[in-house]
Design a protein around this ligand. Structure first.
Ligand code: NAD
Length: 302
């Protein structure tokens, strides 16, 4: 059976490193700070905001909350970003999307000073990432790399297949792997529709899956001994052995969080695998803090 990669343990280790670094910075009078920017009251964005706030507290960072009503104009939101750019107590700015329809993502993102863009949304930072230049890397892709590095993997010449080509996960994680000299293939929905997904995934030494489709990667799509990183987060119904819905005490359908990989079957075939929950997500949270710490240092010329 595969090694089940403990994302929570890796996250704890990174957190200890961040706390130690933050204490040293505080001796120099520097306190890293993260500002979240939310417009409206999207449920997912609110959950993430709370999580960022708690994470900041847990490592001794300053947390600045900017939560604006849904009717705030684009100009007003952009103005808040400009103020956060100028605020020396803010090392990193995190826009929490989705924004209401009348606010363009790019109007907000392009206003963030790239030195404070702690999830690598700004085109300038994505450009630097593409060129392999140092930048604050996007958190989820960086979490995949961090996990692979911490389990001691060598990427050079490795056959890496990324499933998913979104701007926030698939494309940047593929670039990060390419920058580490792996042989990188990106598969996506059109690869599946062309009937070619298995052809690519079965050749992967390292398979990174970010499709948002529960059960997409079954055991027959995975090479014996591969390393599998499951980025997907999906809410699915809990079913009993006969496939009937399982209800909670209030008579409501029970649900659970799963990844994109058929974990129970794939774990018997691969060398190591990240579970969901308890895998990439936990490490992603720490990468945001790590980026804010790096940003705080470089803004003070350290
Ligand atoms: P997205 O919807 O923007 O992109 C999905 C990608 O998967 C697309 O490139 C699409 O082509 C591909 N895809 C969809 N169905 C496919 C199929 N049948 N075969 C092959 N490719 C397919 O999603 P995203 O924002 O990139 O997120 C992907 C998943 O990762 C989601 O489940 C999301 O919740 C999760 N996620 C997790 C974290 C984390 O920290 N763990 C962070 C961000 C996103």
């Amino acid at each position: 059976m595969a090694e089940i990669i403990d994302g929570n343990a890796i996250a704890d280790e990174i957190k200890r490193e961040i706390i130690a670094d933050t204490e040293k910075l505080k001796e120099k009078g520097i306190v890293p700070g993260i500002a979240t920017l939310m417009v409206g009251d999207d449920f997912g964005a609110k959950m993430y905001r709370r999580q960022v706030e708690r994470n900041c507290e847990s490592v001794g960072f300053r947390y600045i909350e900017k939560s604006l009503p849904a009717e705030t104009t684009e100009e007003e939101v952009v103005d808040i970003v400009r103020q956060l750019n100028e605020d020396v107590g803010v090392s990193g700015i995190l826009p929490l999307r989705p924004f209401p329809e009348h606010i363009s993502d790019s109007a907000v993102i392009n206003t963030i000073r790239y030195e404070k863009d702690i999830d690598c949304f700004h085109p300038f930072n994505m450009g630097r990432l593409t060129l392999g230049e140092p930048t604050l890397p996007p958190c989820t892709p960086a979490a995949c790399i961090e996990i692979l590095e911490r389990i001691g993997l060598d990427f050079v010449g490795a056959e890496v297949v990324v499933v998913g080509h979104s701007n926030i996960v698939g494309k940047p994680v593929a670039l990060l792997m390419l920058n580490r000299n792996s042989t990188t293939t990106v598969a996506h929905i059109f690869t599946s529709q062309a009937g070619n997904l298995e052809k690519h995934t079965t050749g992967a030494d390292i398979l990174i899956v970010a499709a948002g489709k529960a059960g997409l990667i079954t055991a027959d799509l995975v090479k014996e001994g591969a390393i599998v990183i499951d980025v997907g987060i999906n809410r699915v119904k809990v079913l009993d052995e006969e496939g009937n819905p399982v209800l909670d005490e209030k008579g409501k359908q029970k649900t659970k969080t799963v990844g994109d990989v058929d974990f129970d079957n794939v774990k018997d075939k691969c060398r190591a695998i990240t579970p969901v929950p308890g895998g990439v997500g936990a490490v992603t949270n720490m990468m945001l803090l790590k980026n804010a710490l790096t940003a705080a240092k470089s803004q003070k010329g350290l």
